[in-house]
Design a protein around this ligand. Structure first.
Ligand SMILES: Nc1nc2c([nH]c(=O)n2[C@H]2C[C@H](O)[C@@H](COP(=O)(O)OP(=O)(O)OP(=O)(O)O)O2)c(=O)[nH]1
Ligand SMILES: [Mg+2]
Length: 152
């Protein structure tokens, strides 16, 4: 059983490389059902990091508020409607990928209208937080699993 330092990813701390080429702002959500299961989506074959499971969301457009971006992405990707007031800031990921640095605020949402439906070729799964580790996720997401487990 890994200890918490490993789960949070701080056991393998290495010196930070020089500044990233580009900072990418992506917003994501832990959508929770009444049983506290979280919705994850498997990235489709035609996208970067295909086959990995992620929290729904996407890039913030220039000039767009992060919450508005997430409301838009949830509609585009899952066909559900929510409002900025239903998005509670929870945690964030900060990860240096080889070609960009990802900064990803993660919100928790328990209220929306509609049934999440894969609109962009994803596969969806409702998963207990204690089982998230069974689903391969992008490296940026790995510290989030323990954070959400402790928080929710
Ligand atoms: N949505 C989301 N993206 C993640 C997660 N973890 C992670 O490393 N990413 C990365 C993958 C991508 O490089 C980037 C999100 O880009 P994206 O391609 O999904 O953006 P988008 O939904 O706006 O899609 P597109 O219109 O650009 O096709 O963030 C995660 O949990 N959720
Ligand atoms: Mg996306």
């Amino acid at each position: 059983m890994p200890d918490d330092a490993e789960l949070y990813g701080c056991a393998a701390a290495a010196p930070l490389p020089a500044g990233p080429a580009k900072l990418l702002l992506v917003v994501a959500v832990a959508l929770l059902d009444v049983d506290n299961r979280v919705l994850i989506a498997k990235r489709p074959e035609d996208k970067a990091m295909a086959g990995l499971w992620e929290f729904p969301g996407g890039k913030v457009a220039p000039g767009e508020r992060p919450e508005a971006a997430l409301v838009r992405e949830l509609h585009e990707e899952l066909g559900i409607d929510t409002s900025a007031s239903c998005l509670a800031p929870a945690t964030f990921a900060s990860h240096a990928y080889p070609d960009f640095h990802l900064l990803m605020p993660v919100y928790v949402c328990r209220q929306w209208r509609g049934t999440p439906t894969p609109r962009e070729g994803q596969t969806l799964a409702w998963v207990r937080i204690s089982r998230l580790r069974d689903y391969p996720m992008p490296p940026a997401d790995l510290p989030l699993i323990a954070m959400l487990r402790d928080m929710l």
